[in-house]
Design a protein around this ligand. Sequence first.
Ligand code: NDP
Ligand code: PYC
Length: 342
Amino acid sequence: MSQVHEQATARIGFTELVALLHQVFVNHGTSPEVAAILAHNCASAERDGAHSHGVFRIPGYLSTLASGWVDGKAVPVVTDVASGFVRVDAANGFAQPALEAARALLVEKARSAGIALMAIHNSHHFAALWPDVEPFAEEGLVALSVVNSMTCVVPHGADRPLFGTNPIAFAAPRADGLPIVFDLATSAIAHGDVQIAARKGERLPPGMGVDSLGQPTQDPKAILEGGALLPFGGHKGSALSMMVELLAAALTGGNFSFEFNWADHPGARTPWTGQLLIVIDPSKTAGQAFAERSQELVRQMHAVGLRRLPGDRRHRTRAKSQEQGIEIDRKELEHLQEIAGL
Ligand code: NDP
Ligand code: PYC
């Protein structure tokens, strides 16, 4: 007797996934404008295989919206502070619509002054950071962004958690290829990946976190249930994480990762913090030469044997998704269709 097994995964086009997620967000309390930005962001992560911040995040977005912790209809307030400084109050909404609201002004300032920064506060960032910087490099600019999250990382040499997972993302144009982009948590592993490992019943590599007694553990559940993460690279990652707290919170006017209390909002998942972006116009120093110098650096890296640049895996996955559709867990897709009301 032949048995028909249902495929565990399905494929969906990027535009279709964006439309689906847009409907999900609108059905759960965001404005159509915010939904469009979040849907594009989340679908981009899924398309590029950035799974810890793709559709895996949807339940977290929806529970945080339902809890009233974040305003899904917030309208950001942009202030033109100085020749190289834009401030955005995200009005307790998501960070990406705040970035979008002031993006054109930031680029105009960077092109005029050579450098400009955007300080976003009163914002919730629940996504990968590379989508915030990569588009700047695609238009010839260098961009750096940092965002702080929620207390779950023990500073190097300390006993208890204080820092967030605090990612840093960087993007630079290069002459004959895709921009150079990296995006990394300053914790040894992103919180999202710990959740995914716990869900799959997998153990983590050594050195990622500690249990509730402060003892090293490879059990993701022990980290999530009263334990904590460690910074990557000991004192070095810890210093970078501290820098992110200073730039993303102290400088922007946002909360430090330890400063907000979501206990009164059961279901809240999104860190209420800040984000800093610095954008540089390299044509001010080197004309077109910067992108050529980037290309030369990459060439030399390859010449000494490097096979994988940061971003390569993501762009390979993107190309495959564009050719074959985005591969997504079938049950997850059916659930999204259900909550989108399709
Ligand atoms: P990874 O450790 O998976 O990757 C970090 C960077 O290194 C990526 O640019 C990646 O490129 C690159 N990379 C990975 N492995 C290699 C390798 N062997 N050789 C060369 N380059 C490599 O990311 P993290 O786990 O640190 O972070 C995951 C995501 O979580 C990020 O997008 C981050 O923004 C997000 N995050 C968001 C937070 C928030 O508050 N919003 C908080 C913390 C994390 P590639 O992508 O091509 O693999
Ligand atoms: O994966 O560490 C993480 C994270 C925190 C907030 C959003 N993502």
